[in-house]
Design a protein around this ligand. Sequence first.
Ligand code: NAD
Length: 456
Amino acid sequence: MTDRYASFVQSGAGRALVKRLGLPDPPRLRRHTPGDPLLPGPALVGAADGGRLAEPVTKILTFAGVEPRDPVAGTTAADGTPQRYGALVYDASGITDSTGLRQLYDFFHPHARSVLPSGRVIVLGTPPTECATPREATAQRALEGLTRSIGKEFGRGVTAQLVYVTRDGDAGTLTSLESTLRFLLGGRSAYVSGQVVRVGAGTATAPADWNRPLDGQVVLVTGAARGIGAALAKVLARDGAQVVALDVPAAGDALAAVANEIGGTAVQLDLTTPDAPTRLADHLAARHGRVDVVVHNAGITRDKTLGRMDADRWDQVIDVNLSSQERINDVLLERDLIPAGGRIVAVSSIAGIAGNRGQTNYATSKAGVIGLVDSLAPVLRERQVSVNAVAPGFIETRLTARIPLALREAGRRMNSMSQGGLPVDVAEAIGWLAWPASGAVSGNVVRVCGQSLLGA
Ligand SMILES: NC(=O)c1ccc[n+]([C@@H]2O[C@H](COP(=O)([O-])OP(=O)(O)OC[C@H]3O[C@@H](n4cnc5c(N)ncnc54)[C@H](O)[C@@H]3O)[C@@H](O)[C@H]2O)c1
């Protein structure tokens, strides 16, 4: 699906007209190309008094090729003009009560207009549940309001996120903080904004080459014949994974084309058949002896308002979108096919967060996926397997192309980016959660929705 309005606005004539009429102005988003620098300019790094994260973050930035600047020394460019930044990064972990929040204003106010298009704002803090006093927890919780508002205010493709980093950190925490910063600063997170990411303790392994963060990993992608699943297969293969692409037999030709293009293998299987989990486990055991990453992407909609919905529509949607994920996880875990360092990433939806008219079945299944992440992540921590979900918003696929025009336009524009996301945006977020380096990121639900107003 092409967004003709966005293409028009991004042309010279369109830009002038849109400005004059005050219409939505979707910016061209900065997306990832391997080898690109992480940011379009230096990062201004600040910290509240007593912060514990600025130092490791500055090291990570430098290692990742980003030039960190100090708020005092770094505000003027070499030619004497005001410095513009690829990112503003602020360590707020030292803020222990509400009066300390003033330090946020002092850092962000003078630089609010100095962020380059598609730049990044990242605030780091301590999870409120780990804070020593109610006042500290209150102040750390307050950070969410700042980042979500900056995401809505800065425009021009600038994203803003809050990253809570555990106090009980270990080497895995630092590695996953690095993987998370690389994702959030770079073009991979073009359509992710207003999110809260939690980096905990856990085992994580940095890659030999950050351009191939999935090197050697065996990754299963369900629903890989088209849409988000096909983009996923390509992104994961680009990042070094051996991809096992699965879809229904009826999509066999399209599936084979995807698998051939990326040098992966194709499995034709309907996930709802009773023997699907065993057949899949047999296949993975025989071909690879394991599966490092399971991406539950296959999903269907069967929309009707609840009073008009027949039981079949309800059953099919719950079965494909939720129950089949549970059955497959159970068999793969029982047979020890997901090794330590394994990853499960499931695709939810903002409909599962906000609810949606005509989608009681779909929203129930997608909220269930969030429940699966919440309940399984602590259980699988001991096995060093992480479980996360992404919740896409309006993504340009066949699924959204079927929405009537007026609703489709509303869905596209009602977010901080004034445009729909692309399948590759969802794929990049799933990729980050699948990296061996992201092991200490578990139990998260990350929306890929351009900071949609729905369920915000
Ligand atoms: N497109 C969006 O805007 C959007 C928004 C939120 C969530 N999602 C979710 O993202 C995922 C992918 O969506 P998409 O837009 O690419 O959809 P899509 O319909 O283009 O692709 C889904 C794929 O899943 C496969 N599939 C369906 N039932 C299956 C089964 N029983 N066994 C094996 N494969 C099966 C289909 O054949 C298809 O290839 C879904 O879970 C969807 O709910 C999409």
